[in-house]
Unconditional design. Structure first.
Length: 295
């Protein structure tokens, strides 16, 4: 079998988008799970910017056997923002990943120039109401640089449940403040997604990794719509930071990207072409994400 296809066996994707969603998606939750199972993958974690995926994951797990399907929650405005009540309920439903704000963070507006969406690349059918557009974006730090207290409450819930705490789309300064607070609450599983999309340079990524954060490189950062980095620099940064603190995922599901499985296969093949060995790719695509979801 081809090496790229062999690498799919046992793979774990902690960041995949699916329908139904406010954004049009290329596959629904069952289709994503079936495709991942056919490729031999071990597990996927479903993500939606606007609504928890706990119930979706539970339903998919009943419909599609032979692959583990997990849910998540993102602390955007639709769930009340940085809302410990929503996070507590989601954890009790069995989600394995808690995200800080993404599309509703102040930093997201800086990254994309829009609020509540992703610019021309990913829009909500019918747009957003004036009410929603006028809602204040979410800052984790006040004017004095103090972290909002709700973050500490959520970190306590996350630490007790031993699930993933993901930085979402917040700014680097906010991440640093969260890391300091996370240590107080014995949070063991911190993840930063698509750092090139979030305009974090490699030194900032290295700093996060040195603090125990897993750096999640995604197919989306290499694909045309959200292209942020060349494959040469992508692979070079992996070598610099080291696969021990890194994860590979798709962040696919959009109409302008390939389906999740193909996005991951492309990344594996590109990394092979850049000279990364199978052991390094498996560490990032099999072992590390599995540790985050299962341990």
């Amino acid at each position: 079998m081809r090496q790229d296809l062999e690498l799919m066996y046992g793979g774990v994707d902690i960041h995949v988008h699916q329908g139904p969603d406010l954004y049009e998606r290329i596959q629904d939750h069952n289709e994503v799970a079936r495709a991942a199972r056919t490729a031999g993958m071990r597990a996927i974690c479903l993500k939606c910017h606007n609504f928890p995926t706990a119930q979706m994951a539970l339903t998919t797990a009943k419909e599609v056997s032979g692959i583990d399907v997990f849910g998540s929650i993102v602390c955007n405005l639709q769930v009340g923002g940085v809302n410990p009540n929503a996070v507590e309920a989601a954890i009790k439903y069995g989600v394995r990943q808690i995200y800080l704000p993404t599309i509703d963070s102040t930093n997201h507006q800086k990254l994309t120039g829009v609020v509540g969406q992703h610019g021309t690349g990913l829009t909500i059918k019918g747009g957003l109401s004036d009410y929603t557009l006028k809602q204040p974006r979410i800052d984790l730090l006040d004017a004095d640089g103090t972290l909002m207290p709700e973050v500490g409450v959520i970190l306590d819930l996350v630490g007790q449940a031993n699930v993933i705490f993901n930085f979402g789309h917040v700014a680097f300064e906010e991440m640093e403040a969260v890391i300091a607070e996370a240590k107080k609450h014995k949070v063991k599983k911190l993840v930063v997604d698509h750092p090139f999309f979030s305009k974090l340079d490699v030194q900032q990524q290295q700093t996060l990794a040195d603090h125990g954060v897993y750096v999640n490189y995604t197919a989306g950062e290499l694909l045309p719509r959200w292209w942020r980095v060349s494959i040469k620099d992508f692979a070079g940064a992996i070598r610099q930071i080291g696969p021990e603190r890194m994860v590979l995922s798709s962040d696919c599901g959009q109409l302008h990207n390939p389906p999740e499985v193909e996005g991951l296969r492309i990344v594996c093949q590109l990394l092979l072409e850049e000279g990364l060995d199978e052991a390094a790719i498996k560490r990032m695509f099999h072992t590390n994400p599995a540790d985050l979801l299962y341990e």
